[in-house]
Design a protein around this ligand. Structure first.
Ligand code: SD4
Length: 336
């Protein structure tokens, strides 16, 4: 249910709106004017803090919420939240236990972005569980945005990250079974997508986001997807909102999906409308093969209004807000 906040006889620009216990700064461009002296904020539930994530990852959002509730910032929240899934060996698309590439190597992609627009990423990282934390270190202690492969791994060891074998027995078994046919067919949800992308707003109203994945199962050695690419897998603009993607990364990269969603929100679209438009850019391409792959976006704006949309059914968003941790099915394009 959408909660609507009515402002009467108020100047719309730079209004400080008390929502719950949190003061939210609102700007005219986020409001729908209904008459000269009344505005509606389509706020969803604009009480802060809040966190959303791709797929059903309630343990991860619970961790992020714990950080936010204690007054922690959104950056710490998304890092801590993503780490839960990276350590979860049962998740076969993230961190330890991720499905390997066709050579049997688990390689991780991750990125993180803060309220200042700073960002860090690692691609093709091996033998380190917490790729998101390495990405954060790239952002914080190097002059660079992205480190790849051996360089990223070496950097992590220098900072004290432990070396670990990421290939668990079940994932090794799945790889061996795959090798019997070696068919590469990255079909929609079948591959157990659960790349975690997480976006948070803290009690100060500041945004951050992170994304971490082992990428597509049985990908070509050396393949990097959208998840560590700023603007594709993730984008955060603290003035406007943030977006994170999941699914077939090649399609997200080709449309610079997360940046597109944030820019559409800047132009006045709601997070839901922006996610839908970004999906339509993919499916409406001439000769789009969208029936054979999945892409999903989750987004939120500065006011805590959220959106999520995918090409196919069974994508979902987990949202923790107002003390409630819920997994919500997303609307989707392909109803046939
Ligand atoms: C990739 N987008 O590497 C990732 C995969 C993914 O859930 O999202 N899986 O293309």
């Amino acid at each position: 249910m959408k909660r609507r906040i009515f402002l009467k006889n108020a100047s719309l620009t730079g209004v400080g709106l008390a929502v719950g216990s949190t003061l939210l700064n609102c700007d005219e461009k986020y409001m729908k004017k209904t008459s000269k002296d009344e505005a509606i904020i389509d706020s969803g539930k604009a009480s802060l803090p809040m966190v959303i994530a791709t797929w059903d990852v309630k343990n991860a959002t619970a961790k992020a919420w714990e950080v936010l509730e204690a007054g922690g910032n959104a950056l710490d929240a998304v890092e801590q939240g993503c780490k839960v899934e990276e350590a979860n060996e049962k998740g076969q698309s993230v961190g330890k236990g991720g499905l390997p590439d066709r050579e049997g190597n688990v390689t991780l992609d991750a990125c993180i972005m803060d309220k200042h627009g700073n960002c860090g990423a690692v691609v093709y990282l091996q033998n380190i569980v917490h790729a998101v934390s390495v990405a954060r270190k790239v952002m914080e202690v190097t002059p660079h945005v992205m480190l790849a492969g051996k360089g990223a791994e070496q950097f992590a060891y220098e900072l004290g990250f432990p070396k670990e074998n990421l290939l668990t027995e079940p994932s090794k078994k799945a790889w061996k079974a795959w090798k019997k046919t070696s068919e590469y067919n990255p079909i929609i949800n079948i591959e157990n997508h659960d790349t975690i992308g997480m976006l948070a707003i803290d009690k100060n109203g500041d945004l951050s986001g992170a994304c971490t994945t082992s990428g597509l199962a049985f990908k070509m050695a050396g393949r990097v997807g959208d998840s560590p690419i700023i603007g594709s897998g993730l984008f955060v603009d603290n003035e406007i909102g943030a977006c994170v993607a999941t699914g077939l990364g090649e399609e997200v990269v080709k449309t610079v999906g997360s940046f597109l969603v944030v820019e559409l929100m800047r132009q006045g679209k709601t997070p839901q409308e922006a996610c839908e438009e970004a999906i339509s850019r993919i499916v409406n391409k001439p000769n789009s093969d969208y029936k054979n792959f999945q892409v999903g976006y989750v987004a939120l704006n500065k006011q805590g209004v959220t959106g999520s949309y995918s090409i196919h059914e069974f994508f979902s968003m987990t949202k923790y807000q107002d003390g409630k941790n819920e997994n919500l099915p997303s609307n989707f394009f392909n109803k046939s």
